[in-house]
Design a protein around this ligand. Structure first.
Ligand code: PEP
Ligand code: MG
Length: 557
């Protein structure tokens, strides 16, 4: 695509695949944030408090009204934002400063700043809520100042919405026939913009830092697979790409498996699940099995360890949903971003590098042994033979120790490759286990020394990082040499184009969220193994994710 089009003006992080072509539009401007203003007279303060409360209430009611008209995720985000407008802490902070003489607009600015600092400090998902809170502030200020509500215009012609970032109140009421794509300067893969775009099924790119250079009205082409935003492309070629993307979507909606390339080379497409309900939902897709059952997610709220019987009942539900098919159960990956009260024993300065995952077992084999007993009981009661793998394996000796415990229960042992050390010694690890599953989320975190929860470091933890893919290649080669299966179960496997690259690197299965199964299966089914291999070789010759995506797209198209 890149060679035939005029120029790529901007690049961002792609979050929802697809192509959109139309004029760029930008939301109407937000109120100016004036922080200096004379103090209120004593006599005016009570009325000012009332005016602030009334403005916040008006904003809350408007958002609730829109929530009532919306459905699904859109309704949920609007309700959550309405709750933010009614937040006692935020309103209380503003009321307190108004009572002290600060005018309502400045009080709203100060109260918001106070919470923004707090959210940013907490980081992760909380930090991504900063945009939502600032949106509430702007709406309340507009209300107080008698200005029109800030937000997204409703265009006559189908347009691509460009923005700094989008708050739920902007995105939740969007009409996908009028707003055909989204691009934002800020935001991450879990921001509301991405959630709503996924729900609307429109292509979306976030963190497009140079987007400001695109003015309203300019025709743009966005590619939600590569992250490219191209200003004023050749119109004929742009329309062809849009049509191709429509055909791709149709192919996805009719994909029924099995996972294989266009020339019939099998590549299993499996689902990641977290409990029985998730497994049953995944069973309604064309997933060929379960590639990752994250058992720790069943027990996040638990104060005490679930009994063997309790665990066995949960695992049996998952096995029953995929009776007769491959199911890979991962033993507890407690710690770091998924702390379990009954498993994590102490505060650690750096939990991602601490006693997490299988490392807990090295201090006390009890929890692991009881979990393996439960898995064995579930396997017996459902007459199935699950594969069982450990997270966070770092050495061949650890793999052996885990495999011995699994084999002692007649189960099939494997390990995850999430630590570069495990990828580098994959051949030795394979002497002890039957299969490997690469967790690209953690493998990227540890290879790039970048916290996977940090949206600021999203460029580094991008699974398209060639260094991460070089470790995947090495692991897959070790699997082929040993005649054992190597899958990928991190987010990388959910990206259809990257899935083709992974297949070309020699990976034998791809496991992703159930919602991504058809997209991945259809894409892999549309290309030959030779194309996948060419894409893989091209990607390994690049030095960054932008070049890697382009190399893969060029090799496959
Ligand atoms: C991974 O690290 O890629 C993985 C699949 O495990 P989790 O995301 O649960 O840490
Ligand atoms: Mg992991």
């Amino acid at each position: 695509m890149t060679e035939q089009l005029n120029r790529i003006t901007v690049h961002g992080t792609p979050v929802v695949p697809g192509i959109a072509y139309g004029p760029a539009i930008w939301p109407s401007s937000r109120p100016e944030l004036v922080t200096d203003a004379p103090a209120l007279d004593e006599a005016d303060r009570e009325a000012a408090v009332d005016a602030f409360v009334a403005a916040a209430k008006a904003v809350e009611n408007r958002l609730l009204g829109r929530a009532a008209e919306a459905t699904g995720a859109a309704a949920e985000v609007l309700q959550a934002n309405a709750a933010m407008a009614a937040d006692r802490g935020w309103i209380g902070a503003a009321k307190k400063s108004i009572a002290g003489g600060v005018p309502p607009v400045q009080a709203a600015i100060a109260a918001t700043e106070q919470f923004v600092v707090l959210f940013t400090k907490v980081g992760g998902l909380m930090a991504e809520r900063v945009t939502d809170l600032e949106d509430i502030r702007d709406r309340v200020i507009a209300e107080l100042s008698g200005l029109p509500e800030p937000g997204v215009p409703m265009p006559e012609t189908p347009s691509v919405l460009c923005a700094d970032d989008l708050a739920p109140a902007d995105t939740a009421g969007l009409d996908a026939t009028k707003i055909i794509g989204l691009v934002t300067i800020y935001g991450g893969p879990t921001s509301h913009t991405a959630i709503i775009a996924r729900q609307l099924g429109i292509p979306c790119i976030v963190a497009a830092k140079e987007l400001e250079s695109i003015s309203a009205g300019i025709p743009i082409l966005i590619d939600g697979t590569t992250g490219d935003v191209i200003a004023e492309p050749d119109p004929g070629h742009a329309r062809e790409l849009v049509e191709q993307s429509r055909i791709d979507r149709e192919r996805v909606s009719t994909w029924t498996g099995p996972g294989q390339t266009a020339d019939g080379r099998p590549v299993d497409v499996l689902a990641n699940v977290q409990d029985g309900a998730g497994a049953r939902a995944a069973a309604s897709t064309a997933a060929g099995g379960i590639g990752l059952f994250r058992t720790e997610l069943c027990f996040l709220g638990r104060e005490t360890e679930p009994t063997v019987d309790e665990q066995a009942a949960i695992y049996a539900e998952v096995l029953e949903a995929f009776a007769g098919k491959k199911v890979i159960i991962r033993t507890l990956d407690a710690g770091s971003d998924k702390p379990l009260k009954f498993a994590n024993h102490q505060e650690e300065a750096n939990p991602a590098l601490g006693v997490r995952g299988v490392r807990i077992a090295w201090q006390d084999m009890g929890i692991l042994n009881r979990q393996l007993d439960a898995i064995a009981a579930a396997a017996a009661s459902t007459n199935s033979s699950p594969w069982v793998m450990a997270p966070m394996i770092a050495t061949p000796a650890e793999a052996k120790c885990f495999a011995d415990a699994v084999r002692a229960r007649d189960l099939v042992p494997g390990v995850m490759v999430e630590i570069p050390a495990a990828a580098l010694l994959a051949d030795q690890i394979l002497e002890h286990v039957e299969f490997l599953s690469i967790g690209t989320n953690d493998l990227a975190q540890y290879t790039m020394a970048a916290d996977r929860m940090s949206s600021e470091l999203a460029d580094l933890t991008d699974p398209w990082q060639p260094a991460v893919l070089a470790l995947v290649a090495r692991t897959a080669q070790a699997g082929q040499a040993a005649g054992k299966r190597v899958g990928v179960c991190g987010e990388a496997a959910a990206d259809p184009l990257l899935a083709c690259v992974l297949a070309g690197l020699g990976v034998s299965s791809l496991s992703c969220a159930a919602a991504s199964v058809a997209g991945v299966g259809a894409k892999v089914g549309s290309v030959t193994m030779a194309q996948c291999e060419a894409a893989a070789a091209a990607v390994l010759a690049t030095g960054d994710p932008v070049a890697a995506r382009k190399a893969a797209a060029d090799a496959i198209s």
